[in-house]
Design a protein around this ligand. Structure first.
Ligand SMILES: C[S@@+](CC[C@H](N)C(=O)[O-])C[C@H]1O[C@@H](n2cnc3c(N)ncnc32)[C@H](O)[C@@H]1O
Length: 260
């Protein structure tokens, strides 16, 4: 699975503009080859589960944060939803646009600087779609606050995050920083021609308790946290055995911007 951040490799204040993010180099190299990774193959199952779990109805407006090449956004649009995907990677945005059915739009935007206000019924942020790649102090929280602002009152959220327990227990090739809750590994990614690129992957990992606390502070009411794996979203209580947690939450009507 591709996930990461470089907390030790940047200075405070770096990469806060939409002009640069470490993931872009990797995304540009991979291009459409990203969609060959096994963790991207379960899109339909993931969308089925989210539509059912959140009780989504065609016509609803959905924001997909860190949409990548648009696999969830485009699948949702084929089902009659109006989806807008944002991603920091221009090359992923271009791939998403090239496959977009009616109802799906995309733009390059930094999830730390979301510009939407009360515009969406639903937000999805899946497979470390920006959240979890923002391991610099406070940046994941910034992403959540932007999502909350983009949602209408009682708007719905599905967000996945890497499971910290799983990372410690099973990610034996990676180093886990117990202070930051970040997992680091070196690996290589390939482009469509098979050319490798060596990369450092840094994953912000979470426990259900941390997710509930963060979501609460950002103005959400958490309905449930489930233990899931890519392509196998299901109703399962949090455990040490799944690679991700899926949070289902609602934008709290009582939350006021600036109350944090
Ligand atoms: C592992 S991919 C997940 C993509 C997609 N959600 C999926 O499930 O296939 C993480 C995505 O987050 C995007 N991303 C990382 N940092 C971002 C940021 N600051 N703003 C917007 N997108 C970002 C990356 O470009 C990448 O497309």
């Amino acid at each position: 699975m591709l996930h990461g951040e470089t907390p030790g490799h940047r200075q405070k204040g770096d990469m806060t503009s939409a002009d640069s993010h470490w993931f872009e180099k990797m995304a540009t190299h991979m291009g459409a080859a990203y969609l060959r990774y096994s963790f991207t193959k379960g899109t339909k199952q993931e969308v089925d589960f989210i539509v059912d779990r959140l009780g989504l109805k065609p016509g609803m407006r959905i924001l997909d944060i860190g949409c990548g090449p648009g696999r969830h956004a485009n699948e949702l649009a084929t089902r009659g939803f109006l989806v807008h995907g944002i991603d920091i990677s221009e090359s992923f945005v271009e791939i998403a646009k090239s496959k977009a059915p009616l109802g799906a739009t995309f733009e390059r935007m930094d999830a730390r600087k979301l510009t939407f206000e009360d515009e969406f019924d639903v937000a999805i942020c899946l497979c470390q779609g920006a959240f979890g790649l923002m391991t610099a102090q406070g940046e994941d929280a910034l992403v959540l606050r932007g999502i909350r602002k983009a949602l209408r009152s009682e708007g719905k959220l599905a967000l996945s995050a890497f499971n910290a327990y799983f990372s410690v227990k099973y990610h034996t090739d990676a180093e886990f920083d117990a202070n930051l809750g970040v997992s680091h590994e070196k690996t290589e990614v390939r482009n469509t021609s098979g050319t490798p690129l060596e990369v450092d992957l840094w994953t912000g990992c979470y426990t259900p308790r941390e997710l509930r606390l963060m979501l609460d502070l950002a103005g959400f009411e958490v309905q449930e946290v489930l233990s899931v794996d890519p392509g196998s979203y299901k109703e399962a209580p949090p455990s040490l055995e799944s690679s991700e947690f899926l949070v289902i939450a609602f934008a709290s009507p009582s939350h006021r911007e600036g109350s944090l």
